[in-house]
Design a protein around this ligand. Structure first.
Ligand code: SF4
Ligand code: SF4
Length: 603
């Protein structure tokens, strides 16, 4: 009954039953009908008799295997007493009743937790979450194993994720789900402390010696807990994600490897100092190095954009700068910092704007927040090209694959312009479909967003089921034979970036009046096919690679400059345009035969 009404509180059930009784009396139905309604009422009411926490969440039995009775959820913060032989042995409670920290999805994670009267956590079971990273790549079993590590940990809240620190208990991280597990850790530790303090339970000690501040912390009143986390806000539980599991020994759990491969250098996240600060502040302060490196990269990219004309006149320098930046994007932003933006971010943002917007949701990952902020500005200034051409880790992976393929002299397949123009609409259709799905169900949209190979290739570094890996590798292989095939025709994020990019302010990519009329050099060279046969650059499709700008300044490739140079040479005069004589080597164009051929402009 409770899940039907979405109410975790048995008092509410009783209220509902009282309301039903009153309604039946008011209707004054005939005796037979009244009997039928009463039977129905009895049927509906019956579960309320078992409305203790064990009736709603049978998983609680696995937290307290020796318990013979669970009381009603009561008190502030709400918790259900647990008995054995009429002796109080602990409390069971839902973190959602007291701590609601927005996670990656923007929604809090609800965890069923048990603590005993000696100040130890009896275990934890996740009962509801909407985390896309978990739906997409990290299995529920891994998440269940992760929270199982809290069994036996002290209720002091001194628990860190990854690493070792004196006076702290440690839980192992899950690779690729840093934000989610950080939120789970903060949620559990804060809720556990709140319940333990309110019931006068002294925390057990960790394996290491606790510091003196633990005692002080235990004496702090609940009101000292952060405002954002101390909300009492029960919410419907629609998904049971963690089945009951048999008790496991603490030692075994603490040594259970949760990552399929060596975990990256995950930062150490402690929860002891978070009493005064929101979680995002702690996360930002603990990722200072990553933030500094990201800001350095963004400043460098800003300078590349500001001095793009200089770079275009020095093609070899541009090639090196661009290659270095793409490697930085792939390895640092993508594989190390997990800063791959996704259409899921866009859908989450739109959902938040439509429902309840909270900065906390977006600040929780500094890499994503800074990247999105930078992208928002560059979209309005230059369009989508800055992100797609320079900052997207999966885009960088495709570019590097394309360059390697040119070095290996693999064949290149061009797509006729008419077909290309038709195919461009495909990514917009995919975007609209995902948006429509997200309005109906975010979890459906998240599953459908698997059309993005980002999670497989970047976030999870190819540590997934073979089907996902094959899909991602197939997309990357396509990029070897047709530059950024996925970006041009499939990527829903690229399509989403087009919309604000339409309002860009600057047109810094230079064109000549001869471009397209009749010269087709740039249009043929641009493998992203962002230059129309008529000569204009379609900014919505441009990836700001600057290849066409190199040609623009090259007096051996750009037709008007070639004409001028030849005229000067015939007159044996100096070249007034001072165009670049350096060979064009960006993106392997030198390996592709370029012909200036007439193009059907009607297409
Ligand atoms: S189109 Fe998509 S995959 Fe390609 S660079 Fe842009 S965001 Fe990345
Ligand atoms: S060649 Fe020019 S038009 Fe084409 S993607 Fe690069 S910058 Fe944009």
């Amino acid at each position: 009954m409770l899940p039907i009404f979405g109410c975790p509180d048995s008092m509410r059930v009783q209220k509902i039953n009282t309301m039903l009784e009153k309604s039946i009396r008011k209707c004054n139905p005939r005796p037979a009908l009244r009997t039928l309604l009463c039977l129905l009422l009895l049927f509906v009411t019956m579960p309320a008799a078992f409305a203790d926490i064990s009736g709603i969440y049978p998983q609680v039995h696995s937290l307290f295997p020796t318990a013979d009775r669970f009381g009603e959820t009561e008190g502030t913060p709400p918790a259900a007493p647990v008995y054995q032989n009429n002796q109080l042995i602990g409390y069971a409670f839902l973190t959602g009743d007291m701590v609601r920290i927005p996670a990656y999805s923007g929604q809090p994670i609800n965890v069923l937790v048990g603590i005993d009267t000696s100040g130890r956590i009896m275990g934890a079971r996740i009962v509801h979450h909407e985390e896309p990273i978990l739906a997409a790549g990290v299995s529920e079993e891994r998440l269940a194993k992760y929270v199982d590590q809290y069994r036996g940990k002290p209720t002091s809240g001194r628990i860190i994720v990854g690493g070792q620190r004196e006076g702290y208990a440690t839980v192992d991280a899950i690779s690729g789900a840093t934000i989610t597990i950080m939120v789970v850790n903060a949620t559990i530790t804060r809720a556990v402390r709140m319940v333990a303090e309110s019931r006068g339970i002294q925390s057990a000690e960790t394996g290491a010696q606790p510091t003196t501040s633990i005692t002080a912390t235990m004496r702090e009143p609940i009101s000292s807990l952060p405002k954002t986390s101390a909300k009492t806000a029960p919410r419907p539980v629609s998904k049971t994600t963690s089945p009951p599991s048999p008790p496991t020994t603490n030692a075994a759990l603490s040594h259970t490897p949760l990552t399929a491969a060596p975990a990256p250098a995950l930062p150490i996240f402690a929860s002891e100092t978070d009493d005064e600060e929101p979680l995002w502040v702690i996360l930002w302060s603990q990722r200072k190095l990553e933030i500094a490196l990201l800001l350095t990269g963004l400043i460098l990219l800003t300078n590349i954009l500001l001095f793009q004309d200089y770079l275009a006149r020095h093609p070899l320098l541009l090639v090196r700068v661009r290659l270095g930046f793409l490697i930085y994007t792939l390895f640092f932003i993508g594989w190390y910092g997990l800063g791959q933006l996704s259409i899921i971010n866009v859908l989450t943002f739109m959902k938040a704007v439509m429902h309840q917007f909270s900065w906390d949701t977006f600040l929780i990952d500094p890499m994503l927040f800074l990247l999105w902020s930078f992208v928002a500005v560059t979209l309005l200034l230059w369009g989508r090209g800055v992100y797609c051409g320079w900052l997207c880790p999966f885009g960088a992976l495709q570019e590097l694959t394309f360059k390697l393929a040119r070095k290996l002299k693999l064949p290149y397949f061009d797509i006729p312009h008419m077909v290309h123009e038709r195919l461009l609409a495909l990514k917009v259709v995919i975007l609209l479909a995902l948006f429509g799905l997200s309005l109906q169900s975010m979890s459906w949209a998240i599953k459908a967003a698997e059309i993005e190979p980002f999670k497989t290739a970047i976030t999870l570094r190819f540590q997934r089921e073979w089907g996902y890996i094959a899909f991602a590798l197939g997309i990357i292989a396509l990029a070897a034979f047709n530059r950024k095939f996925y970006c041009k025709y499939i990527c829903p994020l690229g399509a989403a970036l087009i919309i604000p990019g339409r309002f860009h302010t600057f047109e810094w990519l230079r064109r000549r009046k001869e471009c397209g009329k009749p010269c087709q050099v740039c249009a043929v060279e641009c493998e992203v096919q962002a230059i129309r046969p008529t000569g204009e650059i379609v900014i919505n499709e441009c990836h700001h690679c600057l290849d066409c700008q190199v040609t623009y300044y090259n007096n051996r490739k750009c037709s008007p400059l070639v004409e001028k140079r030849k005229r000067r040479e015939r007159l044996k005069g100096p070249d007034p345009d001072k165009g670049s004589d350096e060979p064009v080597a960006s993106s392997g164009l030198e390996d592709i035969p370029i012909s200036v051929k007439p193009v059907d402009k009607t297409t």
